[in-house]
Design a protein around this ligand. Structure first.
Ligand code: NI
Length: 177
């Protein structure tokens, strides 16, 4: 399949609670491969299955390796049925979303999270992240519950991105997913 269409705000699939994956099979693995391709094509750092029209609890996150100040730089992961089991601290940072092109805003998130789920092979796994990785995990897991960053944006901080290219760029200040 390859690069999939990214659904944008107003598409009802983005507001549904996604279903748990019952069995990690070839179809789910193909979806994950397509989600990585789609995310790369859009220069995002994360993507959730509902954003490509599939209402299943699957997310991918990839923090570019060249982000020197990011503790999660170089992390690439797919998570199935992810759950935040621990959250610590608080951080406000700028976010964008591939499903809300052209906008960014400040969002308050936990500074550090531990997430449990299944990996692409269906094996239980646990990921601990802070910084952009923690932010991306929380943003993507929100998508599985039909929550968009504009629902959480700090009042008065939603604004047009400087340019569409910048909004889609994976920078620490503007995590698009
Ligand atoms: Ni998003």
């Amino acid at each position: 399949m390859g690069v999939l269409d990214i659904r944008v705000e107003g598409d009802p699939v983005l507001r549904q609670r996604a279903k748990r994956v019952r069995r990690v099979d070839g179809q789910v693995q193909a979806l994950i491969a397509d989600m990585f391709e789609t995310m790369h094509a859009a220069n995002g750092v994360g993507l959730a299955a509902p954003q490509v029209g599939i209402s299943l609890r699957v997310v991918v996150v990839e923090i570019p390796p060249d982000m020197d100040d990011e503790p999660g730089a170089g992390v690439k992961l797919a998570l199935i049925n992810p759950e935040i089991v621990r959250a610590r601290g608080e951080e406000i940072g700028e976010e964008g979303c591939l499903s809300i092109p052209g906008f960014v805003g400040m969002v308050r998130r936990a500074a550090e999270v531990t997430v449990r789920g299944l990996d692409a092979q269906g094996k239980p796994c646990q990921i601990k992240g802070k910084g952009l990785l923690a932010r991306a995990l929380q943003h993507e897991i929100d998508h599985l519950d039909g929550v968009l960053f504009i629902d959480r944006v700090e009042p008065g901080t939603l604004r047009s991105a400087d340019s569409p290219e910048r909004e889609l760029a994976a920078t620490p200040e503007e995590a698009s997913g």
